[in-house]
Design a protein around this ligand. Structure first.
Ligand code: HEM
Length: 399
C-alpha cells in the first residue's frame, strides 16, 4: 500500500526524473526491447524511432508523480490511455514487465539516488497506478466481450470493399470472416488494426477511426497514406493502400476510444482537418440517422480539392437535411473551388454569425496545430471548454 512516506519520497525524486528526461526514456525502451523483444509486436516501432510514444509514457509517469496526492486530476487521462491500451490488447502481465524495466532503469541511471527507500516507494506507486489501468482495462474488455457482436483480443475480418475517398485517403469495409454480427460503437471511436506488413519486421497495430455509423454488420475505416514509406514512416498505411485488396483477411481489435458524440439536444458543429474528418463521417451519419432536429454544421479544412475526402457523401447528407457546410482549401488547385469553399486556413470569424457559440457543442479532430488554432478561435468567441470535445490524431504530448 502507498503511504505518506512513499508519497514524500516520490515527490522528492521528481526533479531527478525531470532532469534525466530523454536519456531515461531511451534507456528504458532499449532495455525493455532487448530483454522482451516480443513487445516490439505491440509498440509502434515507428514511434520509437521518432521518439513520440517514448515521451508519452515517461511524461505520464512524471505527471502521476506530480499528482500523487490528487489522482482525480488524472481521471480523464487514465480513461484515454486505458481505451488506447485496450486497442493493443495490453494485459495485466505486461504491466509487470514495464514496471520491472522502469525500476531497473532508475537503478541503472541514478544508482546513488536510488536507495532502498526510493525503490520501495516507486515500486508501490507504480503498482498502484498499474492496478488502476488493469482494473479499468479489464472492465472495458469484459463489456466488449459480453455485448452483442462483441469479442476479446483479435478477430479475423475480410476486406469486403476498398474505395479511394481522395488522393491520400482509402476506405476499407471490414466484415467478420465468421459471418457473425459486429459490436456497436460510439461514433468517434476507433478500431485497432493488426497486420504484418510485407516490408516490416514486426506485427504492427494501428488505430483508425470508424468512418461510418454502426450497422451491426461491418465496419469502415478510412486510412491516410502517411509519409513516403522511407525509414518505415507510413509502413502500415502504405501496406494497406498498396497491398491489402478486397478478399484479404486482417485481424481487428474491438472498437475503443473516449472521444465520441454524446446526444445533448443542442446544436452540433463538427470541425475537422485532413484525415481528421474520419470520425466526423460516423458522427454526421449518426446524426442524420437519429433525425437530429437541432442545427448541425460540418466544417472541414484540407490542402486542396484533390485531398478533400467524402465530398459526395457529406454533400448528400447536408443537402438532404439542409445543414450548414463549409470547406477551407489551404492552397486550392482551381479558382472556383466548390460551393461553400474558402481559401486559406479555417477562419471561423468568417461564419461567426452562423455558429451556435452560446449553446452548441463543438467536436473537433485533426493534427495538434489545427486543434490549437480552432480551440483558440472558439474560446475567443466565448465557447467554454466544456462544450469543445476534441481528439488529437497521433500520440498525445503528455498525460
Ligand atoms: C502505468 C503504466 C503505464 C502508463 C502510465 C502508460 C502511459 C501511456 C501513455 C500516456 C500513452 C499515450 C496515450 C495516447 O497517445 O493517447 C500510452 C500508449 C501506449 N502504451 Fe502505455 N502506459 C503504461 C503501461 C503500458 C504497458 C504495460 C504497455 C504494454 C506493454 C503499454 C503499451 C502502450 C502502447 C503500445 C501505447 C501506444 C503507443 C503508440 O501508439 O506508439 N503501456 N501509454
Amino acid at each position: 500500500m502507498l503511504n505518506n512516506n512513499h508519497i514524500e519520497i516520490i515527490k522528492s525524486t521528481i526533479p531527478l526524473l525531470e532532469s534525466a528526461g530523454p536519456a531515461l526514456t531511451q534507456h528504458f525502451y532499449q532495455r525493455m526491447f532487448s530483454h522482451n523483444p516480443e513487445l516490439k509486436d505491440i509498440f509502434n516501432m515507428t514511434h520509437q524511432k521518432t521518439g513520440r510514444q517514448s515521451v508519452a509514457l515517461f511524461e505520464a509517469v512524471a505527471a502521476y508523480a506530480k499528482n500523487i496526492e490528487n489522482l482525480a486530476a488524472l481521471t480523464t487521462a487514465v480513461e484515454r490511455i486505458a481505451h488506447k491500451h485496450t486497442s493493443f490488447n495490453i494485459k495485466a502481465e505486461h504491466y509487470q514487465i514495464v514496471g520491472h524495466h522502469l525500476i531497473e532503469t532508475l537503478r541503472e541511471l541514478a544508482p546513488d539516488a536510488f536507495t532502498k527507500e526510493v525503490e520501495e516507494a516507486w515500486t508501490e506507486a507504480y503498482l498502484f497506478l498499474a492496478q488502476i489501468f488493469i482494473d479499468r482495462e479489464e472492465e472495458l474488455y469484459q463489456l466488449r466481450e459480453k455485448a452483442t457482436g462483441g469479442w476479446r483480443g483479435t478477430r479475423r475480418f475480410v476486406v469486403t470493399d476498398k474505395k479511394p475517398e481522395s488522393e491520400l485517403v482509402m476506405s476499407f469495409v471490414l466484415t467478420p470472416e465468421d459471418g457473425g454480427k459486429v459490436l456497436d460503437y460510439e461514433v468517434g471511436q476507433y478500431l485497432g488494426v493488426q497486420v504484418t506488413p510485407s516490408k516490416g519486421e514486426n506485427v504492427e497495430i494501428r488505430q483508425y477511426s470508424l468512418s461510418q455509423a454502426p450497422n451491426g454488420e461491418n465496419y469502415r475505416i478510412s486510412v491516410k497514406k502517411e509519409g513516403n514509406n522511407s525509414d518505415q514512416l507510413g509502413l502500415v498505411s502504405h501496406y494497406l493502400h498498396d497491398e491489402v485488396e478486397v478478399g484479404a483477411v486482417i485481424e481487428i481489435l474491438p472498437p475503443a476510444g473516449d472521444f465520441f458524440y454524446t446526444e445533448v439536444n443542442k446544436p452540433v458543429v463538427l470541425i475537422s482537418a485532413g484525415v481528421g474528418c474520419t470520425p466526423m463521417q460516423a458522427m454526421l451519419q449518426q446524426l442524420a440517422k437519429d433525425g437530429k432536429s437541432d442545427p448541425v454544421t460540418y466544417l472541414h479544412a484540407c490542402e486542396n480539392e484533390q485531398q478533400h475526402s467524402f465530398i459526395d457523401e457529406v454533400d448528400t447528407i447536408v443537402s438532404a437535411k439542409g445543414w450548414n457546410h463549409r470547406v477551407w482549401y489551404r492552397e486550392p488547385l482551381s479558382a472556383e473551388g466548390i460551393n461553400n469553399s474558402s481559401t486559406g486556413l479555417m477562419d471561423l470569424a468568417q461564419i461567426k454569425d452562423a455558429l451556435p457559440t452560446n449553446v452548441g457543442h463543438f467536436y473537433t479532430c485533426g493534427p495538434v496545430i489545427f486543434m490549437d488554432h480552432v480551440v483558440k478561435q472558439l474560446e475567443s468567441m466565448g465557447v467554454e471548454r466544456e462544450r469543445i470535445h476534441y481528439e488529437v490524431f497521433g500520440p498525445h504530448a503528455n498525460l
